[in-house]
Write a protein that binds this ligand. Sequence first.
Ligand SMILES: [Zn+2]
Ligand SMILES: [Zn+2]
Length: 260
Amino acid sequence: MGLPQRRWSGPLNVTADLHIHTALSPCGSLEMSPRAVAASARSIGLDMIAVTDHNSMANVEATVEAGRREGVVVIPGMEVQTAEGVHVLCYFPDCDVARSCYEGIYPHLPDIANNADFFGDQVVVDIDDNVIGFEPRVLLNSLDLSIDELVAGVRAIGGEVIPAHVECNGFGLLPHLGLVPPNLDLSVLEIAWPHSREDVIRDYPDLAGFSLVSHSDAHYLRDIGRAAMRMEMAERSFSALFKAYREGCGRIVYRHREDS
Ligand SMILES: [Zn+2]
Ligand SMILES: [Zn+2]
């Protein structure tokens, strides 16, 4: 009889980029198909990614499947634009939960037709790079849902929220609201590549008490992973990742420089 099989149970080193757009986002390049995004993530050594298109998750399922084939964990997500004009990254434990959020917020998206010549096409793509549809409403628009309503709704179905690029004039929480609303009970905030933690805290000293993370906000394949989080985790899962984020275990890694 052979020795019993033992599995490595120590911590895993994980590199994660949780803010990536696909061709569905009007500003996302058409090269950003689910298959190409997953393959690029694997080729540069990312272990976990999230697809976060503006106000939609129509390309999430295909990217989750593409990630499965490539050995990359893909967290279902969306980058939602609240009534205040603030971008909030929303993450979900699985595609069904993501879809239920999407179906809940879609009626709150203004029914304004996308002008493809101006904004670009909003393309729904399957796992084999086939175009299977176009989102008719312009996605880069504010919902008629407040940030309070959004955060409460996402948490009620088991999702996680991280305000995106909080220090940026374009859609960042701090320039719009002036502070991190204490009633939202936020502990993790995203800062934008290539800003350092120290630079942002110098401008907004109150952020010193938050877990600050950074991601690529990639709209082109070449930008995937230009900002990522590196940390040790027990497993590559949704719950382990957000536990590590909340505990501030991650280290921001930029492609051109590293911040500890
Ligand atoms: Zn944004
Ligand atoms: Zn974005």
